[in-house]
Write a protein that binds this ligand. Structure first.
Ligand SMILES: [Zn+2]
Length: 265
């Protein structure tokens, strides 16, 4: 008999208000479907305590990260960074994230976003932690930061470009600036998603599975709240695009997630 493949959701905002009522049921459903570990990316100080409380209740499956999200960069960005720096010395985190640049929601603080991203990249390398990068409509600004980082630092960052939607050219360009994986989520299951054209060219061992729950719900559940239980739909889509067995996609992405985030088995 075939065993159910084991999966890791490398990007789930399970501490979000959307899960306030039923997070325990969400976790049980996910575990029953083979999704056994969850990476919880931080956004800003307003939700960090809920995030860590949930991880403390589920230390065997929920792993905390911390970071200032680009859309949370505002006039208080220095205080936010000070809080993160303090917390970093108080407990174990599995990544710095999510961090990065977002020119879609607003460009008002784009200069500050770049500075905030740069400083958090430095902390990650100093602490030997991976980064979780959010990039939306700011590709050239991202390369400006990565170029500055490469000039000023000896070691390159490692991490994941979450919800990657770039071209194969952008994929190759990114690889020159660090050891990066690429998070694939529900968008890959949408009709006309550009990422579906890129996935066949990215080696399987560079891909990670993620939901971004409660957002970006995959087909056939699109329109509903997203949750980790839907991870196999994303794995099936990758298997189809790369013409590989589902078990291979599950095993490789799970192994890579464990290596990148230094998770226990
Ligand atoms: Zn996210």
């Amino acid at each position: 008999m075939m065993e159910t493949p084991l999966y890791i959701d490398t990007h789930a905002h399970l501490y979000d208000e959307a899960f306030q009522e039923d997070v325990e049921a969400v976790l049980s459903r996910a575990k029953a479907a083979g999704i056994v570990q969850f990476i919880l990316p931080g956004i800003d100080a307003s939700t960090q305590e809920q995030l860590e409380a949930l991880c403390d209740q589920h230390p065997e499956s929920c792993y905390p990260c911390i970071g200032l999200h680009p859309t949370s960069v505002g006039e208080n960005w220095k205080e936010e960074l000070t809080l993160i720096e303090k917390r970093l010395s108080t407990r174990q985190y599995y990544a710095i994230g999510e961090i990065g640049l977002d020119g879609y929601w607003s460009t008002t603080y784009m200069a500050e976003q770049q500075e905030v991203f740069f400083r958090q990249l430095c902390w990650a390398v100093e602490q030997n932690l991976p980064v979780i990068i959010h990039l939306r409509e700011a590709t050239e600004a991202l390369f400006t930061v990565l170029e500055r980082f490469r000039k000023e630092h000896r070691s390159l960052p490692k991490g994941v470009f979450h919800a990657f939607s770039g071209s194969i050219e952008t994929y190759h360009r990114i690889q020159q600036y660090g050891d990066f994986h690429f998070g694939i989520g529900g968008v890959a299951t949408y009709k006309k998603a550009g990422i579906a054209d890129t996935i066949p060219f990215i080696p399987l061992d560079r891909l990670l599975l993620e939901t971004d729950a409660p957002y970006l719900t995959p087909v056939p559940h699109r329109g509903k709240r997203n949750e980790p239980t839907y991870i196999p739909h994303i794995a099936e889509r990758i298997a189809q695009l790369k013409q590989l067995p589902l078990e291979t996609v599950a095993a490789t992405t799970t192994q890579q997630a464990r290596i990148l985030f230094q998770l226990p088995d």
